[in-house]
Design a protein around this ligand. Structure first.
Ligand SMILES: [Zn+2]
Length: 68
């Protein structure tokens, strides 16, 4: 597998979440040995989710303003 950014070689790696305040998780992905770009399906999914939640935050925020 080649890095989409720099075309460098990518290594398979296991990523582990060590944040105690959130649910523990780990997954396998690829990291570019040249530029550090990380590719995995979960990151792509989170990016899509983030865009949606940001839209929701705007809606919730405006509602709060009306109530107070
Ligand atoms: Zn790269």
């Amino acid at each position: 597998m080649r890095c989409p950014k720099c075309g460098g070689l990518m290594n398979f790696e296991t990523f582990v979440n060590v944040d105690v305040e959130s649910i523990p998780w780990h997954y396998e992905g690829c990291r570019c040995i040249d530029c550090g770009e990380i590719i995995d399906p979960i990151i792509l999914r989170n990016r899509a989710r983030k865009t949606k939640s940001q839209e929701k935050l705007v809606e919730v925020g405006s509602h709060h303003g009306e109530n107070e």
